[in-house]
Design a protein around this ligand. Structure first.
Ligand SMILES: [Zn+2]
Length: 250
């Protein structure tokens, strides 16, 4: 059974109950980590995921709350004895910055470091990010302050799918990518540049015709009831606010 486990739900400022937004696809054959703001080794332990099962890392964009855990992830995997390769997937500009960040840490000097490959996601249209034995992951470029991608995770066993907005203001590319998904995980950090409010998330859910909406990447001090009411002003389907370690079956 493949599932998506939410490792963090906070917008840019986390607290003791909400890590920065990141998540892991847990399949029968391996795991794919999506973003890495907090220390992922701790997040994985909290979720009961063996870090040795990690097959790939997908990075949606280069902002600290989505990316700052990458050096610790790569370092810790090495120190616990990883030998198999790890692929890192994202837009070219995101990957170039991740590589530059790792260069500052002089990672090429780390002895017997396992191979890390950078797999570029096309910025145009809907593109395949990666395919594992458990899932296919598609991406589309969205509207954020820096180049960013939304994702659609599709179970290869059940055909069920979950779309994840990452950080974006409302855009047609996300509506197309999320079309008919069983679940849309949509950010609700507010109607500021490059972001969306809960009402905007609801509008995207309605336009995409998704089965249900779960709000994520929200102000941890906000009223959850108000977020849900706001999303319901634009979307008639089921709406919830995600919490850390919540699981969604695929
Ligand atoms: Zn961002």
């Amino acid at each position: 059974m493949t599932k998506l486990v939410i490792l963090g739900t906070a917008w840019v400022i986390p607290d003791k109950k909400h890590e920065n937004t990141h998540m892991i696809v847990q399949g029968d054959n391996g795991c794919v980590l999506i973003d890495s703001g907090a220390n992922p080794i701790v997040s994985l332990e909290r979720a009961g995921v063996d870090p040795h099962r990690l097959e790939a890392l997908v990075v949606t964009h280069f902002h600290p709350d989505h990316i700052s855990g990458v050096p610790m992830l790569l370092l810790n995997l090495w120190l616990i004895g990883r030998q198999q390769p790890l692929s890192v997937h994202g837009l070219r500009s995101t990957l170039d910055k991740v590589e530059a960040m790792m260069t500052l840490y002089e990672w090429t000097e780390w002895p017997q470091f396992y191979p890390v490959t950078f797999e570029k996601v096309s910025a145009f249209g809907e593109s395949l990010v990666l395919e594992t034995q458990d899932v296919r992951i598609l991406a589309a470029s969205t509207h954020h302050l820096v180049p960013s991608i939304a994702l659609r995770i599709i179970s290869r066993t059940t055909g069920r799918s979950i779309a994840y907005s990452s950080d974006t203001s409302p855009c047609d590319a996300l509506v197309r990518l999320a079309r008919g998904a069983d679940l849309l995980l949509h950010e609700a950090s507010g109607a500021t540049a490059g972001h969306s409010s809960a009402a905007m998330a609801g509008a995207i859910a309605r336009l995409a015709g998704v089965g249900r909406l779960a709000l994520i990447h929200y102000d941890v001090k906000a009223s959850l009831d108000e977020l849900i009411d706001e999303a319901h002003s634009t979307f008639d389907g089921p709406v919830t606010v995600t919490h850390d370690l919540e699981e969604f079956d695929l």
